[in-house]
Design a binder for this molecule. Structure first.
Ligand code: HEC
Ligand code: HEC
Length: 333
């Protein structure tokens, strides 16, 4: 039935060169639009910050983290208040660790969630949205959940349930703003890279993942570009691959984004338009996982491999929540 709610919104983006399941075609369900046409701000924040890993559409076997709906079901315990629900989500995100996990199975399968910092109120808004609204549900989820004996019978859908039908609104690509289109391209590419990177780290270790980044980062970004009919680049002021050196205008934007991130502000995409094209910029921020290859204490074996592949590497010494680079994306109007 959730399927009936699935709208066209973001279909174009997620198809990729890698072995995605066909299920991936469902994409974003647009259920957060209020009657006023206003979207709950937590929805977009969740899509931008969490779906990279908690994608609702990745197939069961290509997942790197549980879908958000699974998290909702484990956290929405009987009788829990919204304030408590939000607090529990916030405290896990602030300090992910095995002892506090309500989903030990997920920790076992995926490892503990990488620690990342988010701008003020971001997680609160996201949790607020998750509590109140129906969120997307991948097709396999229902069965999988039943198989597990349905732990955590909470309210199934939060209070958004009764309004569900009213909340549908058709949003097609052509109604997205340039900012939203750019974000969509960036987040889809990030999800694709992130999924492959984390999957490789989980299954084969960091050393093998270096090789993955070396061989696959470019082709993956490129194939996302083809699918999206956009030019997609990841550039940095301190590049690992010299081809990813930011140009002078990109450097200016990097400086601006560094200020935003340091001030814990939700970064706003920068848009530059010409008559025919749109140029979009958005920061790429580190989390704890990145530090394995970009941090201060990289394992000697890993670092040796990195410097062998990139003798001019500048991309080390980072800590969490720093601007590692930016998405620089251009597309036709
Ligand atoms: C880089 C990948 C990644 C990102 C980004 C990410 N998560 Fe997670 N998250 C995971 C993984 C892996 C797990 C499962 C392991 C665990 O529970 O720690 C998880 C589990 C969780 C859990 C369940 C914790 C538990 O075990 O009780 C919550 C809550 C959560 N994430 C919230 C969020 C929110 C909110 C966001 C966005 C602001 C987010 N996550 C972004 C990877 C990620
Ligand atoms: C397993 C090692 C590894 C991990 C973990 C890793 N990277 Fe990288 N990263 C690389 C390699 C290798 C390259 C060079 C890829 C290429 O040749 O294009 C790279 C390149 C990049 C680039 C392109 C600019 C440049 O420096 O060439 C960005 C941006 C980037 N990484 C960000 C991140 C972020 C953010 C994370 C965490 C979410 C992360 N990386 C995690 C190995 C890693």
């Amino acid at each position: 039935m959730i399927r009936n709610l699935v709208l066209v919104m973001v279909i174009l983006g997620l198809v990729s060169s890698c072995k995605n399941d066909n299920q991936n075609q469902s994409d974003y369900t647009q259920v957060s639009v209020l009657e006023t046409g206003q979207e709950h701000p937590g929805k977009k924040l969740m899509e931008v910050n969490c779906y990279v890993c908690h994608s609702p559409t990745a197939g069961h076997d290509s997942r790197i983290a549980p879908p958000m709906i699974a998290i909702k079901k484990h956290y929405l315990t009987d009788g829990i208040s919204k304030a408590e629900f939000i607090k529990n989500i916030q405290s896990y995100v602030e300090n992910p660790n095995e002892a506090d996990s309500k989903m030990p199975g997920a920790v076992k399968r995926f490892g503990v969630m990488p620690k990342a910092q988010y701008p003020e109120n971001t997680v609160e808004q996201i949790a607020d949205y998750i509590y109140d609204y129906d969120i997307e549900q991948p097709e396999w989820f229902d069965d999988h959940f039943k198989e597990q004996g349905g732990k955590g019978h909470g309210k199934q859908n939060g209070r958004g349930m009764q309004n569900r039908n009213k909340q549908q609104a058709s949003v097609s690509d052509s109604t997205l703003t340039y900012e939203e289109m750019g974000l969509k391209y960036a987040m889809n590419t990030k999800a694709e890279l992130g999924k492959n990177l984390m999957g490789t780290i989980q299954k084969k270790g960091t050393l093998a993942a270096v090789e993955f980044c070396n061989i696959k980062a470019y082709p993956l970004t490129d194939s996302m570009a083809v699918v999206n009919q956009a030019k997609i680049k990841r550039v940095s002021d301190k590049p690992r691959n010299p081809n990813n050196q930011a140009n002078s205008s990109e450097l200016v934007h990097i400086t601006k984004f560094k200020e935003d991130v340091a001030a814990h502000l939700e970064p706003k995409p920068i848009i530059e338009e010409t008559d025919e094209t749109v140029q979009f910029y958005y920061p790429i921020v580190t989390n704890s996982m990145c530090l394995q290859c970009h941090g201060k204490n990289i394992e000697p074996e890993v670092y040796k491999k990195i410097t062998a592949l990139y003798p001019k590497d500048k991309a080390i010494g980072y800590i969490e929540n720093e601007v590692r680079g930016i998405w620089s994306i251009s597309f036709d109007k």
